[in-house]
Design a protein around this ligand. Structure first.
Ligand SMILES: Cc1ncc(COP(=O)(O)O)c(C=O)c1O
Length: 481
C-alpha cells in the first residue's frame, strides 16, 4: 500500500503550497489581461507552432514542478495563443473574460461539484436552478420556467430541437425516446431563417430527421427573417402535408447581428401549434439593458431560449443555458438510471441530469453568478451598449470609406462589409495576411452567397480610435493587392 501523504499536495487542499502556486498562476493570468497587448497573436506559422508544442513531453516518468510547467505553458502556449482582449481580435464572438469569472473558475475546479445529481452538488444544484429561474424571469417566462446550463449555443440549440421533436411525437401519442422516430417523422420540418446558425441543421442531422428537414426562410436586407416568406413556406407546407415541428427564430445572427421579428413568428408558431425556439446565443444579453431589450420583444412567447454566457456576458468557455417556459417539459428527455436519477430520492431533490444531454457536468453557473453579483446589471448593460455603439460607429466609417461597402447596417456587435471591385479571393488574402502577420484576427464569411469581411466587437475596452485603426489596416491591406 502506498503512503497517501505523498499525494497530499497534489490533491487540492487549502493549506498546501500547491494552492499558493495555483493562486500565483491565477493572479499572473489576470495581470496579463491588464497589460497592453502587442497584437492579437504571434506571427508564428502553423508548422513552427506544431514543432514547438511537440517539444513538450506530455507525460514524463517523473513529474516536473508545477511552476516550471506553468512557465512552459506560458512560453509555448499562451504567448502564441490569440488574445481576445486585444482590440484587433475581432473575428468571432470570442470574448475577453471578466475577472470575477476567471477567479471563480479556480474555485469551480478546486471544489469540483458535478451537476448531474444532487448528491454530487447539493447547494450547487440550487445555485444553477436559482440562476435559471432568474434568467427565465428576465426572458419574461411564467414562474414555472426554468433551464439547464450547457456547453454552448450549439448544445443548447440541439437540446431545444430534441425537446421540440419529442413534443411533436408526444402530441401524436408516440414516446420517441422509447420507440424511435414514427413514420410521421418523414413529414416533420424545422423552420429557421437563411441566416440561422448551422447548429439547427446539425440538430436535425443528429436527431435522425436529416438536414433536409430544415427549411430555411428568406431574410430581409437587414438579415432578419422575412415574415411574408415564412407565411409562404408555411402555406406551401400545409398544401403538401408537411408538418412544422419547430420554428427557430434568431435573436442576433452570427454575421449581421439581426434579430428576427419574434412576436410575429411567435404568432405563426401558435397558429400552427408548433414549438417556438429562440436562439438568443448572441443577443440574449440585451435583456440586461433597458435601451437594448426592446429589440427582443416577443421572446417571452418562446417555448425555449438559448442564451450564451460565453459570448456577450464575457464568461470563460463553457457557459450557455437552455431555458424553457415550463420546466416540466424536460421530462421529454429524461432517461432514468439505476445509479443516478432513480426517482426515489429525498423530497425536493432535483437531479439535473434529467434535463441534460450530459451526465457529469461542471458547475459553470457559479462563475456566471459571481460575475452578475460583482458587476451588477447596470455595468454589464453599459458595456454592452458601448459595444453596440462601436459597431454602429464602424458601420459609419465603412459607409464613408471609398473602398468599402457595408453588407447591412449594424444592429448588434458585428459589422460585415465587402469591397466592391475586389474579388472573393482578394478578401481572403486580406484576412489571411493580417492573420499570418499577427496584426488582426479579422472575420471572413459568406452572406447570401457574397464574400464578406467582418468585425465582431466583444471587448468593452475597445474605443473608436481602435475602430479607426482597424478600418485603416483593412483598407491599407486592400491597397497592397
Ligand atoms: C446565433 C448563434 N447560435 C449558436 C451559436 C453556437 O454557439 P457555440 O459556439 O457556443 O456552440 C453561435 C456561435 O457563434 C451563434 O452565433
Amino acid at each position: 500500500m502506498s503512503d497517501t501523504r505523498d499525494w497530499h499536495d497534489l490533491v487540492v487542499t487549502f493549506d498546501s503550497d500547491g494552492l499558493d502556486v495555483l493562486a500565483g498562476a491565477a493572479s499572473a493570468a489576470i495581470e496579463s489581461l491588464r497589460r497592453p497587448t502587442s497584437g492579437p497573436r504571434s506571427d508564428w506559422t502553423p508548422a513552427a507552432l506544431h514543432h514547438l508544442v511537440r517539444s513538450l513531453e506530455i507525460c514524463p516518468d517523473d513529474g516536473v514542478p508545477l511552476n516550471t510547467v506553468l512557465t512552459e505553458l506560458g512560453s509555448v502556449v499562451w504567448s502564441h495563443g490569440v488574445v481576445p482582449s486585444d482590440p484587433a481580435c475581432v473575428a468571432h464572438l470570442h470574448p475577453p473574460t471578466l475577472v470575477p469569472a476567471v477567479v471563480t473558475e479556480l474555485a469551480i475546479a478546486a471544489t469540483n461539484q458535478s451537476m448531474d445529481s444532487w448528491d454530487q452538488s447539493p447547494a450547487a444544484t440550487e445555485v444553477e436552478l436559482h440562476l435559471m429561474s432568474w434568467l427565465a424571469d428576465l426572458i419574461g417566462f411564467p414562474d414555472i420556467g426554468s433551464g439547464v446550463m450547457t456547453s454552448g449555443g450549439t448544445a443548447s440549440n440541439v437540446l431545444a430541437i430534441t425537446l421540440a421533436r419529442s413534443w411533436a411525437a408526444k402530441k401524436i401519442g408516440v414516446d420517441v425516446l422509447k420507440s424511435g422516430l414514427p413514420q410521421e417523422a418523414a413529414s416533420w420540418r424545422i423552420l429557421c431563417s437563411d441566416q440561422a446558425h448551422f447548429s439547427v441543421q446539425r440538430a436535425a442531422a443528429q436527431l435522425g430527421l436529416g438536414r433536409d428537414a430544415v427549411l430555411t426562410v428568406e431574410t430581409t436586407s437587414l438579415g432578419s427573417m422575412d415574415v411574408a416568406a415564412l407565411d409562404r413556406v408555411l402555406d406551401q407546407m400545409s398544401r403538401t402535408g408537411l408538418v412544422p415541428i419547430a420554428i427557430v427564430a434568431t435573436a442576433g445572427t452570427t454575421d449581421l447581428g439581426a434579430v428576427d421579428p419574434l412576436s410575429e413568428i411567435a404568432e405563426r408558431a401558435r397558429r400552427h401549434d408548433t414549438w417556438f425556439h429562440v436562439d438568443a446565443a448572441v443577443a440574449g444579453a440585451f435583456l440586461l439593458s433597458e435601451r437594448l431589450a426592446p429589440a427582443l420583444s416577443g421572446i417571452e412567447h418562446a417555448d425555449s431560449v438559448t442564451v450564451d454566457f460565453h459570448k456577450l456576458w464575457w464568461q470563460p468557455f463553457n457557459a450557455s443555458a437552455l431555458v424553457i417556459r415550463e420546466a416540466e417539459r424536460f421530462e421529454l428527455l429524461r432517461v432514468r438510471s439505476n445509479y443516478l436519477d432513480r426517482g426515489d430520492e429525498l423530497d425536493g431533490v432535483v437531479n439535473l441530469v434529467g434535463r441534460s444531454l450530459d451526465t457529469s457536468r461542471r458547475f459553470d453557473a457559479a462563475k456566471v453568478v459571481a460575475t452578475l453579483r460583482t458587476l451588477g446589471r447596470l455595468a454589464l448593460a453599459e458595456m454592452l451598449e458601448h459595444l453596440v455603439d462601436l459597431s454602429r460607429y464602424a458601420g459609419m466609417k465603412i459607409e464613408a470609406h471609398p473602398l468599402l461597402e457595408l453588407v447591412a447596417s449594424p444592429t448588434s456587435v458585428t459589422c460585415a462589409f465587402s469591397a466592391p471591385g475586389f474579388s472573393d479571393d482578394d478578401l481572403r488574402h486580406v484576412q489571411q495576411r493580417l492573420l499570418a502577420r499577427g496584426e488582426m484576427i479579422l472575420g471572413r464569411t459568406r452572406i447570401k452567397d457574397r464574400a464578406a469581411l467582418k468585425f465582431t466587437f466583444m471587448n468593452p475596452l475597445s474605443s473608436i480610435d481602435d475602430v479607426d485603426r482597424l478600418v485603416h489596416l483593412v483598407a491599407n491591406e486592400l491597397g497592397t493587392l
